[in-house]
Design a protein around this ligand. Structure first.
Ligand code: 1DF
Ligand code: MN
Length: 349
């Protein structure tokens, strides 16, 4: 059987990939400088010490592909049948830098992305990157991003070990709600106060540390009541919800038991259950999880409208994984939601 990966909806749907990374040279050089000066945390040292300087085939290919926003990327999209790539600055974005440098660098990265989108308007969609180190400034950048034509906001999980449930980050949520765009929480390495037992086993990266970090981050956002303050806020996470769908029964049961027992004075009752927030405020993507049982389970638990396709280019560039999605034994209607229309609705394309 031939299974060609043509673009343009030959299978009855477009393929819109929602977690696709790019980098700027300035950003990569910045990570290398942090590492050289001893200012990088352990996670950045592990991640970018590898991708930005290893001579291994994987690192060299990925770095080349990250930096390209033209012919090579389009050719790779064509070769795997990806019609539209929703692009964001690769992890940890500018969140590893001090505030002033981060703001200048992310402004240039957003401008760079906007120019690429204007060169390839029917193939690329952009997300705004921010510098959460300065929440008020980031709120303005989110509004500027909308002016530039971007369709969502990318945050690479923690910022110097701080999480978005910290009230100081509230202007970021308010700005996302005001522009009516989703926030995508992408992994980065766990912060220094969490990483030691993970990194000593080589598990700090995409293999496990990323997922633990973002799953916990999203849970903190839910349990601290952010969605009660912003009921219309939508947060997307990749990697099939960073395992939270599979945990959901236990999370819900234990959250209710914990709140009722008043074990933690700061853990207040919420208006809804964790299950409700996951089905009403959270979107998940299939990045790095091209695995039929996990996709179908997540569709059943969260609803078919909440699961979106992502490739995770260039970290995951496997034509067979596109086929896995095409060949899922789900209805044509549900497949079209997964590959195309859920993304169109969530990002308001
Ligand atoms: C990796 C994976 C790196 C993902 C990423 O950004 C990333 C990796 C630095 O394989 O090291 O986005 N990912 O989302 O799975
Ligand atoms: Mn990714």
């Amino acid at each position: 059987m031939t299974h060609e990966l043509k673009t343009r909806g030959d299978r009855g749907y477009l393929r819109i990939a929602t977690e696709e990374a790019f980098a700027t040279r300035e950003q990569i050089d910045g990570y290398l400088r942090l590492i050289r000066e001893g200012k990088a945390d352990k996670g950045v040292k592990s991640l970018w010490g590898f991708y930005a300087s290893s001579p291994s085939e994987r690192a060299v290919q990925i770095l080349d592909r990250l930096l390209d926003l033209d012919a090579r990327r389009i050719a790779d999209m064509d070769a795997t049948g990806i019609d539209v790539a929703i692009l964001s600055l690769t992890a940890p974005g500018v969140q590893a830098f001090e505030a002033e440098e981060a703001k200048a660098m992310v402004t240039r990265a957003n401008d760079h992305l906007a120019e690429a989108v204007s060169r390839h308007p029917d193939r690329f969609v952009g997300m705004t990157s921010i510098a959460p180190q300065d929440p008020a400034w980031s709120a303005h950048e989110i509004a500027r991003g909308k002016e530039l034509g971007f369709k969502g906001v990318m945050i690479n999980s923690h910022t110097h070990g701080e999480y978005l449930d910290n009230p100081k980050f509230d202007p970021i949520f308010r700005a996302a709600v005001e522009v009516d765009q989703l926030i995508y929480i992408h992994p980065q390495s766990p912060p220094d106060r969490m990483i030691d037992p993970i990194i000593e086993a080589g598990l700090d990266g995409a293999i496990f540390g990323f997922g633990v970090e973002v799953g916990m981050h999203l849970l903190r956002i839910i349990t601290s009541g952010v969605f009660d303050r912003y009921p219309s806020l939508q947060i997307a996470v990749g990697h099939m919800g960073e395992a939270l769908p599979f945990w959901l029964y236990r999370l819900d049961y234990m959250h209710q038991a914990t709140v009722r027992s008043k074990r933690y004075p700061f853990m207040k009752p919420l208006k809804k259950t964790i299950f409700d927030y996951m089905r009403e405020n959270v979107l998940i993507t299939t990045s790095g999880m091209a695995w039929a049982p996990a996709i179908k389970f997540s569709q059943e638990v969260l609803g078919v409208d909440r699961v979106l396709y992502a490739m995770d280019y260039p970290y995951e560039y496997e034509p067979d994984e596109v086929r896995t999605h095409d060949l899922l034994d789900i209805s044509d209607e549900d497949k079209r939601k997964l590959m195309q229309t859920n993304a169109e609705r969530a990002f308001k394309l």
